[in-house]
Design a protein around this ligand. Structure first.
Ligand code: AMP
Length: 584
C-alpha cells in the first residue's frame, strides 16, 4: 500500500519523499524542501506529513521514532489514532484492494476512504489527500473501526475465498474459471445497483429445495471440505431470501443457548430440504461421542450436538458438581467431527420456573442402573431426552451402546409416545486394552486406570463361558465376578439380562446382554456386551450385515470402513442392539 500510495500521490502532483522503508533515518524527516500542503513557504516543517504504511502492530513503535513536527498518519482500517501519540495525527484508509498491478493515482479513483484526524487541521489534511487521489472521504467513529474493517474484509477478501471455492467445484465439472467471471461481475453489479434482496437469484430464492439438496449431495461428494461452507451459505442465503433475522458465522453463534435459536436453525435447514440428526451428550467429549457425531454426519445434512449436564439424572452424592466441563474444547471437537450446530442450553432454559413434567418409562428403568442409582436417574434421562427430541425434532437421534439400558429405555419411550424419530445406537468405542471410553475415566489415577480394565475382563470371561457351552446365567455372573476380582475390583452388579426387556435370564437360549457396573476410586463405570450363544444363530452372519462390529471398529482411532462381519471368539458372536457400525 505504501508504494502504491507514494506513486499515486506523486502522480497527482504531491511532493513525496520516500517511501523510506522500515530502517528509515529519523533525521531524514527533519530536513529537505518537501511540502505536502503545497505551501513551500511554511517554515515549520521539513515535511508536512508522514504517512505510515506498516502492519497495525508496528504503527505505535514506528510513530515513536518520527521526530516531532510533521503530522503523522497511518493507513490502517482497524486502528485508531491513539497509536500515533504523541503526534498530531490523521489516518487514511483507502477502501480499495491493490495487488501490485496499479501504479498511478487512477488506482484509487472512485474508491471510498475512511479518514480521521486528532485535530481539525489533521482531519482536513486527510480529506485533502483522499480527494487528491479522487477518493470519497468518510469518517468512522473510533469504536466502530474494527467493525468497519471487518465489513471491508468480508466484502473483498471473503468474496475471493468464495470464488475460489466456486472455481474448485466448477473445475470438477470441467468448467474453466473464465466462464464464471462474467457471472461474478454481473452479480456484483446487481448487488451494487439493487441491494442484496433483489440481487439474489437461484434455487434458494425460488424455494427449490430439491435442487438445493442435489447441490449439497454433489458438493459433499466432489469437494467434501466445502460441505460445511456450503451449508452455512445455504443457511445465510435462506435467511436473506426469507428476509429473516440475519444469521452470524458459526464461531459467533456457537454454542446456541436457546430453544428458539435451535428451532430457527432447524426450520431454515428444513426449508432447504435438509435432514437433521441429534447427538445428545453431557459434554467432556471423547472419541465415543465423536463416533456418534461422525455417524450422524454421514447420514444427515445437519447435525445438532447438545451439551447439557442434566442435573435431574444425578442422584444425591453423585458427581454433578465435579462432572468434567470444558465447553470451548467440546464445541471445537464437535465441530471438527461434523456438528453443524452445538446446542448448550443453561439449566433455566431446559427447566424453566414452574417445570412440572416427568417422563418415566416403567420397568425398563427399574433394574441395573435404575436399581443402583435410584429410579430418578432414568426419569431424568427420559425427561431430558424427550425434551431434546421435541426441541430439535430430528429425523434421527444417535446414542451409544455403551449405555445399553439407556438405549433400550429411549427406544421404548419413542415408540410409546409416538415420537417421529429414528433411534440409532452406535457401537462402544474402547481404549486399546478394552476399557470403554467414558467422560468419567478422567477421574482415574494411573493405578485405578490399570484396574479399570476389569469391567471388560469380566465381560470377556462371561463371553468365553458362553462360547464354552455355559448356559447358566448365575454361572456367567460368577465367571465375570471372578475375572474382576483377579484385578481387585468388586462390581456393583453383574447381570445377564434379555437385551430387549432387560429381564434377568436364568438360562441362556438366545442373545443376552451382560451388563456390569463398578466404582473404582472416584469413577463409577459401566460396560456391557451383547452375547449370542452359537445355537441362537438363525441366519448365517453375512445375512445380517450391520449387526456385527469388528473389534477394529471398537478402537478409538480405527479408520477402517464399516465391516459387516466380525472375527469372533470361537462359538460366540458379539452383536450390538440395532447398531450399524460407526465410522469411528
Ligand atoms: P454422555 O455424554 O455420557 O451422556 O454420552 C452421550 C452419548 O455418548 C450417549 O449416547 C452415550 O451412550 C454415548 N457414549 C458414551 N461413551 C461412549 C463410548 N465409549 N462409545 C460410544 N458411545 C458412547
Amino acid at each position: 500500500m505504501g508504494t502504491a500510495l507514494g506513486r499515486a500521490f506523486a502522480d497527482a502532483g504531491v511532493t513525496v519523499v520516500g517511501p523510506l522503508g522500515r530502517d528509515f533515518e529519523p533525521a531524514s524527516l527533519a530536513g529537505g524542501p518537501a511540502s505536502l500542503t503545497g505551501n513551500p513557504g511554511s517554515p515549520v516543517r521539513a515535511v508536512d506529513a508522514v504517512l505510515l504504511c506498516v502492519p497495525d502492530s508496528e504503527i505505535a513503535g514506528v510513530a515513536r521514532r518520527v521526530p516531532a513536527g510533521p503530522l503523522v498518519g497511518h493507513c490502517s482500517g482497524a486502528t485508531g489514532l491513539d497509536s500515533l501519540a504523541p503526534h498530531e495525527a490523521f489516518s487514511l484508509h483507502p477502501l480499495m484492494t491493490l495487488v501490485g498491478r496499479e501504479s498511478s493515482s487512477e488506482a484509487f479513483r472512485g474508491a471510498g476512504c475512511a479518514v480521521a484526524g486528532s485535530t481539525a487541521g489533521a482531519l482536513a489534511l486527510a480529506r485533502r489527500l483522499a480527494s487528491t487521489l479522487g477518493m470519497t472521504a468518510f469518517e468512522v467513529a473510533e469504536q466502530d473501526r474494527v467493525a468497519y474493517h471487518a465489513a471491508a474484509a468480508m466484502a473483498s477478501n471473503f468474496l475471493v475465498t468464495l470464488e475460489a471455492a466456486a472455481e474448485r467445484l466448477a473445475a470438477s465439472a470441467g468448467v474453466a474459471r473464465e466462464r464464471l467471471v462474467p457471472l461474478v461481475r454481473a452479480t456484483v453489479d446487481n448487488w451494487a445497483a439493487l441491494g442484496p434482496e433483489r440481487a439474489l437469484t437461484g434455487p434458494i430464492a425460488r424455494g427449490d429445495a430439491e435442487v438445493v439438496a442435489a447441490h449439497r449431495g454433489e458438493v459433499a461428494r466432489r469437494a467434501p471440505e466445502l460441505a460445511w461452507l456450503f451449508d452455512e451459505l445455504v443457511r445465510a442465503t435462506r435467511s436473506l431470501a426469507a428476509a429473516d433475522e440475519p444469521v452470524g458465522p458459526p464461531a459467533a453463534r456457537d454454542p446456541l443457548r436457546t430453544v428458539a435459536e435451535v428451532r430457527r436453525h432447524v426450520a431454515a435447514a428444513r426449508r432447504g430440504g435438509q435432514t437433521i440428526g441429534l447427538v445428545p451428550t453431557m459434554g467432556a467429549l471423547h472419541e465415543g461421542h465423536l463416533s456418534l457425531i461422525r455417524r450422524a454426519r454421514s447420514e444427515c445434512d445437519q447435525v445438532v450436538v447438545s451439551i447439557f449436564v442434566n442435573p435431574t439424572q444425578f442422584g444425591p452424592g453423585e458427581d454433578l458438581t465435579t462432572y468434567p466441563r470444558d465447553e470451548p474444547r467440546d464445541v471445537a471437537r464437535a465441530r471438527e467431527a461434523g456438528a453443524t450446530v452445538v446446542f448448550a442450553p443453561g439449566v433455566e432454559e431446559v427447566y424453566p420456573r414452574g417445570f412440572a413434567t416427568t417422563v418415566s418409562v416403567t420397568e425398563l428403568s427399574d433394574g441395573l442402573e435404575g436399581a443402583t442409582r435410584g429410579s430418578e436417574h432414568f426419569a431424568g434421562v427420559s425427561t431430558v431426552v424427550t425434551k431434546l427430541l421435541n426441541m430439535v425434532q430430528p429425523d434421527a437421534a444417535y446414542f451409544g451402546q455403551k449405555d445399553a439400558q439407556q438405549a433400550v429405555v429411549i427406544r421404548r419411550l419413542v415408540a410409546d409416545l409416538d415420537v417421529p424419530v429414528r433411534i440409532e445406537v452406535c457401537p462402544t468405542v474402547r481404549e486399546a486394552d478394552g476399557l470403554a471410553l467414558s467422560s468419567r475415566n478422567a477421574y482415574l489415577t494411573a493405578e485405578e486406570r490399570e484396574r479399570a480394565v476389569a469391567l471388560r475382563r469380566g465381560l470377556d470371561a462371561a463371553e468365553r463361558a458362553v462360547a464354552d457351552g455355559e448356559r447358566d446365567g448365575r454361572e456367567l455372573v460368577s465367571r465375570a465376578r471372578e475375572a474382576m476380582a483377579a484385578l481387585g475390583v468388586e462390581p456393583e452388579y453383574v447381570e445377564v439380562v434379555d437385551p430387549d426387556t432387560l429381564e434377568p435370564v436364568a438360562t441362556v437360549s438366545g442373545p443376552v446382554l451382560v451388563a456390569v457396573a463398578a466404582t473404582i476410586g472416584r469413577a463409577r463405570l459401566i460396560d456391557n456386551a451383547l452375547v449370542d450363544p452359537p445355537s441362537s444363530l438363525v441366519d448365517p452372519p453375512t445375512a445380517r450385515p450391520g449387526r456385527e462390529v469388528s473389534p477394529e471398529l471398537l478402537k478409538p482411532a480405527a479408520k477402517a470402513a464399516p465391516i459387516p462381519v466380525t472375527t469372533i471368539p470361537a462359538g460366540t458372536r458379539r452383536t450390538e442392539i440395532g447398531a450399524e457400525p460407526c465410522n469411528a
